[in-house]
Design a protein around this ligand. Structure first.
Ligand SMILES: Cc1cc2nc3c(=O)[nH]c(=O)nc-3n(C[C@H](O)[C@H](O)[C@H](O)COP(=O)(O)O)c2cc1C
Length: 159
């Protein structure tokens, strides 16, 4: 399977999770591209509820992928505006699998993780994706490295 992992990561945590996912998917024989989203201006904060002025400068062409794994940090109790911009700007995910994943600081998934996955899933479904159950890795009071490895194995087994 041809897999695109598209990630927004400001401080490297979600990128690290992406790299673990990529490794587990490659172990299963999949071909994986990992693309880190970039914006024209620095975006250090913000929320999906406010209008923001950035543009994506490397919105990838996902037409060649069978499955897209879209990841980002939780921001302001929801998804990062940058990963949502990616999902909204794609023309169609028709016939493709899409699995959302997030990392977050707070210990409980209801503190933004679940809301982020819900919004990413509904945005992708609106573009015709077959949405797979998302993964949330919280950090505070957790062994986030172990959670990332476990989630990455589950993702690779699901595809
Ligand atoms: C602007 C901003 C808002 C954030 N809001 C939340 C939040 O609502 N809940 C949470 O658990 N973590 C929140 N965080 C923490 C990040 O989700 C967390 O540190 C994440 O793992 C960072 O991923 P990254 O290194 O890939 O950017 C926020 C971080 C930033 C910069």
């Amino acid at each position: 399977m041809n897999i695109g992992i598209i990630v927004h990561s400001k401080t490297g945590t979600t990128l690290k999770f992406s790299e673990i996912i990529a490794g587990k998917c490659r172990e299963k024989g999949h071909t994986v591209d990992l693309v880190q989203l970039k914006t024209d201006i620095a975006v250090d904060s913000g929320s999906v509820r406010q209008k923001m002025n950035f543009s994506l400068i490397n919105n990838p062409d996902c037409s060649g992928y069978d499955a897209i794994l879209a990841g980002g940090p939780v921001w302001a109790l929801s998804a990062s505006p940058i990963i949502i911009a990616f999902l909204e700007e794609q023309q169609s995910f028709s016939g493709k699998k899409l699995l959302p994943f997030v990392t977050m600081s707070f210990p409980f998934t209801f503190m933004g993780g679940k809301q982020a996955i819900k919004l990413m899933s509904s945005t992708a479904a609106g573009k015709g994706a077959v949405v797979l159950p998302g993964k949330i890795v919280p950090r505070l009071f957790h062994n986030s490295q172990a959670l990332m490895v476990k989630a990455a194995e589950e993702i690779a087994n699901l595809l």
